[in-house]
Design a protein around this ligand. Structure first.
Ligand code: 5AD
Ligand code: SF4
Length: 479
């Protein structure tokens, strides 16, 4: 039974995200569905009546984070038995019963394909006092057709496909998200137009394998065409996308990037390994030389393009020689940054059953060597920017932790993180575009404290969603 206080006011919710940008965008849909059903986002610092944890299953540390969160929520639930806890997303899809077994505080478990059922299941759980599980295996409604409460007014994620047709042997995604389903271009463009009309100036196209967009309709060149079309939508200043697959990275996409001024000169292109043997066993159907050629081709067409990547260290059977080949490709690729992961066996994936798992101490020492190399190269690449002028779209104007409000942060066109000094007497808000001269380089960011001036103010001060109740506690990249 609902207590009086809850019946007399709208119930509040908080969505916590463990995972990538795709998950963070799914959280915006979860928030939208709850909002439409009459729930309200909890204000910062308030205890929400409903807490949804939107999970990721790509690597094991996401599991640990989920159970850590649930441990804390169990204690909170002992104090407030009316608190409702829901677990959504990939890990929910994978672990269903296990979550309920391990965490009795969970009231609802919901999969990736049926976010729309969440309000009904919450109602049922609060009415019956019994946990509700609803996981469906195939996509019912494209998540983008659900309402969204977006965390940012100036920058929006737009999903172009869900699922993946590849079978990388370490990856749990195809099993959990299913085969690739593409959204119709008209629908994607309509969403971008609507976002632009309500103020968005930056769009990030999302998919597990964005450049395979169009396979479902047998449409070749569909991703390149989509980039050009989205890039031409009035009001859109910046178009980004993540993540492409090196195998499908074709010349028409490079041409679309080079010829569409609003498509940003940044490519996140997951390498995974620089060894052809390892790539073969990962079932990644490109080889190191093709990867390096793609990077060279992009560099030849797009001046000052920046590259970031994902690399897995310690895939089963990885030898010292294999690892050295990864180091060599990293050295040649000159990445501006890389997300490096220790291989994590995901039950149900082929590689989890491979016998030649690499000992943890070997993985740890390789991981450290790689992280050092990545940081050294990123520092060298960033140092080239000292004295140069960069265009920065502000994403955070809340100032430093010490309370000083003079520092703003944002992304350069090539996605480099830039901290800039707010000129005295000037107000800066997320979405503003400034120009600034770089005064200092670090491995993970640039400082641009000179000649900071607003070149393209963000006229729209209204925030579409309240970002405070969509908390990101996850990893920074897609999948
Ligand atoms: N172990 C470690 N890293 C993984 N990734 C995906 N699956 C695994 C796994 N089992 C990494 C890949 C991918 C990124 C999102 O996560 O590098 O590109
Ligand atoms: Fe698909 Fe990427 Fe997973 Fe490979 S790593 S199966 S491309 S989601």
């Amino acid at each position: 039974m609902k207590p009086d206080s809850m019946a007399s006011r709208a119930r509040t919710f908080e969505v916590r995200t463990i995972g990538c940008q795709m998950n963070a965008h799914d959280s915006e849909r979860i928030a939208g569905v709850l909002h439409t059903a009459g729930f309200r986002q909890a204000s910062p610092g308030d205890q929400a009546d409903v807490i949804v944890i939107n999970t990721c299953a790509v690597r094991e540390n996401a599991d640990n984070r989920l159970y850590g969160n649930l441990g804390i929520l169990a204690a909170r639930k002992r104090e407030n038995p009316h608190l409702l806890v829901a677990v959504a997303g990939c890990l929910a899809q994978k672990d269903r019963e296990r979550i309920l077994e391990r965490a009795s505080c969970v009231d609802v478990v919901i999969g990736t394909h049926n976010v729309d059922a969440l309000p009904v299941l919450l109602e049922r759980a609060s009415g019956s006092g019994e946990a509700q599980i609803e996981i469906i295996e195939s996509l019912r409604a494209f998540p983008s057709d659900l309402p969204a409460r977006r965390a940012s007014a100036h920058s929006a994620w737009v999903s172009i496909s869900v699922g993946c047709n590849n079978t990388c042997t370490y990856c749990i995604v195809p099993k959990l998200r299913g085969r690739q389903r593409d959204r119709r271009q008209e629908q994607i463009v309509a969403e971008v137009r609507a976002l632009a009309e309500s103020g968005a100036r930056e769009i990030t196209l999302l998919g597990q394998n964005v450049n395979a967009y169009g396979v479902q309709f047998g449409q070749r060149g569909a991703f390149a065409e989509l980039l050009r079309t989205v890039g031409a939508v009035p009001g859109i200043r910046r178009v980004r996308f993540t993540s492409p697959h090196p195998r499908d990275f074709t010349a028409d996409v490079i041409a679309a990037m080079a010829e569409t001024p609003t498509v940003m000169p940044h490519l996140h292109i997951p390498l995974q390994s620089g060894s052809d043997d390892v790539l073969r066993r990962m079932r990644r159907s490109y080889r190191a030389d093709k990867f390096l050629r793609t990077i060279a081709d992009v560099r030849a067409s797009i001046q000052d393009a920046a590259f970031t990547t994902d690399i897995i260290v310690g895939f089963p059977g990885e030898t010292d020689d294999d690892f050295d080949q990864t180091m060599a490709v990293v050295e040649q690729s000159r990445f501006a940054g890389a997300f490096t992961f220790k291989y994590s066996p995901r039950p149900g994936t082929p590689a989890a059953g491979y016998e030649d798992q690499v000992p943890a101490d070997v993985v740890a020492s390789r991981y450290e060597r790689l992280a050092k190399l990545v940081a050294r190269i990123a520092m060298e690449e960033n140092s080239r920017f000292t004295g140069r002028t960069v265009e920065v779209m502000i994403s955070d104007s809340s100032g430093r932790k010490d309370g000083s409000t003079s520092r703003v942060s944002g992304r350069a066109r090539d996605n480099r993180l830039v901290h800039a000094l707010r000129p005295e007497g000037v107000t800066l808000a997320p979405g503003d575009v400034v120009s600034a001269t770089v005064t200092l380089a670090a491995p993970h960011y640039l400082v641009a404290d000179k000649d900071v001036s607003v070149t393209d103010p963000f006229p729209q001060a209204t925030v579409c969603g309240d970002p405070s109740s969509v908390t990101e506690i996850g990893m920074p990249t897609v999948r």
